[in-house]
Design a protein around this ligand. Structure first.
Ligand code: CP
Length: 318
């Protein structure tokens, strides 16, 4: 059995297979392959896109979805996260999707479950399904030719888990990652080129990924107003005309702070295409984790000898 905590849980080959399936689903070829399966979502942080696209993907594949209302759950009576998840697991779901503000929390639950855990965002750390749908959108836009493309990830790169997952995923597909941020939002590592303004890099970029300022993760107020930040980091029509680049944003967009109203309607701005792709990619991930990897797990169990070792040890390398 596999879990999806970070994008490195999948090999490049597995990601290309997910993209093949997502393309099929996007062409509305959903079949009810998950009929009889039950998927539980546990969202301890707000969500519009991730939660509803997982739910729509699951339902299109015939699964049923239980959204635990964490606000009225027994955690309000003092139950621990681990007891909550152990109890949900005792009801035999086929997958648990979890978003939490604590870095590493979804991974820490793996020992308490018998089904795949899917990380729908953990603190500043990771948002693997978002990065996979971002890469899928890039891949579609450039007809699969991602090698050598240059991306500027612009904004709160320090606090954004979307930036974190994309920083780790995109270079595996030959994409050169450049980070653009004010000093207070700079990434604290030296593996990437970092810039102070979009103007410095824009002429060289094929893709721009704008980010929202993660106000909920700031302990102090960095800017007097977001309008002050927008003067240097908002994606405007002027930038769109200056260089032909693909524009992405994971959402939610702060209009006229991250991207202007006008640019949001631009044909090269693919923010809503990303949302459409999110359903297809999440459907492909559910298919993989619930059907395909589970099948591998069952096959491996069937292959155990009386001492609990594999009769064909190499199979455990799958
Ligand atoms: N991109 C993203 O994670 O959006 P939501 O917070 O609405 O799920």
């Amino acid at each position: 059995m596999k879990h999806l905590i970070r994008t490195s849980d999948f090999t490049k080959e597995e990601i290309f297979k997910i993209f093949d399936d997502a393309r099929e689903f996007k062409a509305t070829k959903f079949s009810r392959i998950l009929e009889g399966k039950i998927i539980v979502t546990l969202f301890f942080e707000n969500s519009t896109r991730t939660r509803s696209s997982f739910e729509i993907a699951a339902k299109r594949l015939g699964a049923e979805v239980v959204n635990l209302d964490v606000g009225t759950s027994s955690q309000k009576k003092g139950e621990t996260m681990y007891d909550t998840v152990s109890n949900i697991n005792a009801m035999n779901p086929d997958a648990i999707i979890i978003r939490h503000s604590v870095h590493g929390l979804p991974e820490s639950l793996i020992g308490y479950v018998d089904c795949p855990i899917i990380n729908a965002g953990d603190g500043r750390h990771s948002h693997p399904t978002q990065a996979l749908l971002d890469l899928f959108t890039i891949n579609e836009y450039f007809d699969g030719k991602t090698e050598g493309k240059k991306i500027a990830i612009v904004g709160d790169v320090k606090n954004s888990r979307v930036a974190g997952s994309n920083r780790r995923l995109l270079p595996r597909f030959g994409i050169d990652v450049n980070l653009v941020a004010p000093d207070c939002f700079k990434y604290e590592g030296d593996e990437f080129k970092q810039f102070n303004t979009i103007q410095e890099v824009i002429d060289d970029m094929d893709i721009v990924m704008s980010l929202r300022s993660q106000l909920e993760r700031h302990n102090i107020t960095y800017f007097e107003s977001l309008q002050e930040y927008a003067k240097d980091f908002c994606i405007t029509s002027e930038l769109m005309e200056r260089k032909e680049f693909l524009l992405l944003h994971p959402g939610p967009v702060n209009r006229n702070i991250d991207i202007t109203d006008e640019v949001l309607k631009h044909p090269r701005c693919k923010v809503l295409e990303q949302v459409t792709n999110g359903v297809a990619i999440r459907a492909a991930i559910l298919k993989k984790l619930i059907l395909e990897d589970k099948q591998t797990f069952i096959n491996l169990k069937d292959n155990l000898n009386e001492f609990g070792s594999s009769k064909e040890p190499f199979l455990f390398l799958i």
